[in-house]
Design a protein around this ligand. Sequence first.
Ligand SMILES: Cc1ncc(COP(=O)(O)O)c(C=O)c1O
Length: 337
Amino acid sequence: MMKIPMSSPDLTDTDRQAVIDVINTPNLSMGGRILDFEQTFCDRTGLKHAIGVNSGTAGLHLCVRAAGIGLGDLVITTPFSFVSSSNVLLFENAVPAFVDIDPRTGNIDPELVADAARNTEKYLPRKSKIANSEWQAIIPVDVFGQPADMDPINAVAKEHGLTVIEDSCEALGAEYKGKPAGTLGDYGVFAFYPNKQITTGEGGMVVTDDDGAADFMRSLRNQGRAVGDTWLQHTFLGYNYRLDEMSAALGMAQMCRLDALLTKREQVAAWYEARLSEIPGVEVPIVEAYTTRMSWFVYVVRFDARIDRDALAKRLEEKDVPARPYFLPIHLQPYMA
Ligand SMILES: Cc1ncc(COP(=O)(O)O)c(C=O)c1O
């Protein structure tokens, strides 16, 4: 019987050759491939700046630094996400305050974002000793490839003067009311781990229209060397978040096929929907009307109480069809609890 992989990258000979071509040159880091890869993101998103980094987490962290989020700063975010979207706040001793999600989509509930913005005390993490009294930012996450409902979130941000960092690590190619995911806040971040829509092995990309922030993030990515610094001069406290040339070349080759890759995923999602939606007790994903393009990352179904999720996953595993619970919410993770 055929073994169904949990997830495997879609690589062609052209993709592989792109990596080999780089290895045959002496420029393995900070060459022309990353510039080309970044340009594809500017072209695709219509934004002025794209900054390639070596993970989605690194990209989110740079956005947190660029937004000036620091000690005790309060940020409204979602607990139903991969841990990175909150971890990057903890890296800076900022305070993630969780609001609940819309059960239809799994994305942060914009009404609760508005409520939190008005009623800080109600949403303060109980055990935080360092929380400031005012909100600084919102980090919505485009969960499973579906954009968060960004218009009302941006309206709250505007009213309260908050920065919006859109975590689009799972949503490359998705569209919200015809606009690309990742372009809807002040900063957007994509990720390219091998289970993602495109892969670079490890990698990520920040997009923004803010010139100053883009310069700052490029500096932080490269050990804090500011524009004009020499190789051993470091104006800022930075990191090594650089994306190497092999990864950038692979990413570039994959980006040329992004629409084809998304179409393949759409086809698979349609097969799942056709078959699973007929089974009583199984709820298939809901694609909202504002999601003008879904970028299928994972296909997550929910069961009613009659179905034992874990027993079912075990039976699927026995049939070589792996399935996983997705996600354990961040506030329940041991280190966060
Ligand atoms: C929602 C979300 N945010 C952030 C990340 C972090 O990306 P990376 O694994 O490239 O650091 C991921 C990736 O798994 C993700 O799914």
